[in-house]
Design a protein around this ligand. Structure first.
Ligand code: UDP
Length: 249
């Protein structure tokens, strides 16, 4: 019997196509750097659960577990070169997720904004849509292919281009709080917010470019914790604790 929350008829998926943004840090597990394969396996199981329920899944992966352009620049590198290194880091992560998703029996394609013919496909919007329609999970790598951007903005851009119903930001906390809940015991959880509130209160959810783009394209954002197994399907079914950012509350 399928026990996924998405399999329940009362909470049948109201989403046809979703994009999940997984930061590089989410792939580190307890390590201070790099990829933890056990953690990636857990995330892959969550992605499989959603894909198996018939929801089309796009993945945007970050690279902060390996290299961030801004840190390279802080140490004296030229920012654009450092950012290209960051973009390459996202490709390393995308290949790791693809490999592990393949092992779970889910068909995937990595599409990179930076051409790397021998290892993955170039990003071509119409081809990406075709893969999704055929039930393949598409992992968008290489950011948007330009320095000075982030993978949060990439997630907002690809979600817009793919006409996703929702963008899910997978984090280590179960939503957006008034202050950092790890530091302030009085921090309160927001169940809902508008894009405007996130921007005007400078809430640290995603960078401002990503929030503006999703607002303009009317894409809700769900901020949730990826640390708990099965949460991806759960929040899509409207269960558990998360924050939803959308214009009509
Ligand atoms: N990056 C970039 N352009 C993009 C996306 C990413 O230059 O369109 C670079 C940037 O240096 C960034 C790094 O890739 O620091 C890794 O991405 P990000 O910091 O967004 O990863 P995350 O924080 O999600 O792990």
């Amino acid at each position: 019997m399928n026990t996924s929350p998405l399999a329940k008829t009362a909470t049948a998926p109201k989403y046809n196509r979703v994009l999940i943004k997984v930061s590089g840090e989410a792939l580190m597990g307890d390590k201070g750097y790099g990829q933890d394969l056990k953690t990636i396996q857990r995330i892959a199981v969550d992605i499989k659960e959603v894909a198996d329920s018939g929801v089309q899944v796009c993945v945007v992966v970050g690279g902060g577990n390996i290299f961030r352009g801004i840190s390279g620049a802080a140490q004296g590198m030229e920012r654009s070169s450092a950012d290209y290194m960051g973009m390459l880091a996202t490709i390393l992560n995308a290949l790791a997720i693809q490999n592990i998703l393949d092992q779970t029996g889910i068909e995937t394609r990595v599409m990179s904004a930076i051409e790397m013919d021998q290892i993955c496909e170039p990003y071509i919007r119409r081809r990406a849509i075709r893969h999704l329609e055929r039930g393949r999970v598409v992992i968008f790598a290489g950011g948007i292919g330009s320095p000075y951007f982030t993978t949060d903005t990439t997630a907002a851009l690809r979600a817009s281009e793919m006409s996703c119903d929702v963008l899910l930001k997978a984090t280590s906390v179960d939503g957006v709080y008034s202050a950092d809940p790890k530091k302030d015991p009085n921090a309160t959880h927001h169940a809902t917010l508008t894009h405007h509130e996130v921007l005007s209160q400078d809430l640290k959810v995603m960078d401002a470019a990503a929030i503006s783009l999703t607002r303009e394209n009317k894409i809700p954002i769900i901020v949730f914790s990826i640390l708990e197994q099965g949460n991806f399907a759960k929040v899509l079914a409207g269960e558990g604790k998360y924050t939803i950012i959308q214009d009509q509350k």
